[in-house]
Design a protein around this ligand. Sequence first.
Ligand SMILES: Cc1ncc(C[n+]2csc(CCOP(=O)(O)OP(=O)(O)O)c2C)c(N)n1
Length: 279
Amino acid sequence: MRRNHPPASADLAALRKRAHGIRRTCIELATGKGQGYLGQALGFADVMAALYFHELRFDPENLDWPERDRFVLSTGHYAILLWATLAEAGAIPREELATFAMDDSRLDMSALDSSPGVEVTGGSLGHGLPVAIGMALGLGLAGSEARVFCELSDGECQEGSTWEAALSAATFGLDRLVAIVDANGIQADGKIVVRLEPLAEKWRAFGFETVEIDGNDMAAVVAALEGARARDGRPKAIVCRTLPGKGVPRLERREKAHFIRVEPDEWEAIRAELEEAVA
Ligand SMILES: Cc1ncc(C[n+]2csc(CCOP(=O)(O)OP(=O)(O)O)c2C)c(N)n1
């Protein structure tokens, strides 16, 4: 069903259930591949549930609805999470999930703009925010009410293009723009290598109205998104502290969670741990 305006209040229990469904689908998608970007997907699932089931103006039956809010997935390697979220929303047929990462599938390992629900090809890191700013400017010129939500990673906060974009967003007073940083503390080889802290203060200093939250606390995520609705001439940033592998203790404990390798006999335990976590 089309959501025209974000609702005034949220059903947190229902959103947590959605997040769980999304995590379950992420695991289903990764099962059998032996490896993948599962850690980030599990970590950011709460934010995606809040976005797609509460905040975004969104029509699962028409992903190209012109008045939709734009969601830019800057980290194309999080694609598995987008497919799981869109399937949870009924925007991708569940049967299609079986084609994930196969030749000719619409559901690639990394998000392409030819895929359903993808606004721009991600994956070349550091480009999502600049593109989101162009979209926000264009929507403003077209007289649209649509807003632009841009996910980006803490790794991308080490890239100059991100901060150049942030400067221009504040200069243009882009209050329809919400930057959502997945501050999960990791990048390719392990922990973040360049000192980013205090990250929220940096966004603030660049002119963004900024909050820093536990991105795995649904109440906090919803409050931050609702707080970012103000059209007050300033862009918004939400710095989300998330836990890679969230919901599956054996994955939460992994030191190298950027690209997870899973033994064939481990999937069952992973599924069981996820279900135990919500029991
Ligand atoms: C411009 C660019 N440089 C390098 C890469 C290779 N790369 C893919 S994912 C990744 C890790 C980046 O860390 P982060 O964005 O924080 O992602 P996370 O580890 O949380 O998934 C890198 C370096 C890339 N995709 N794009």
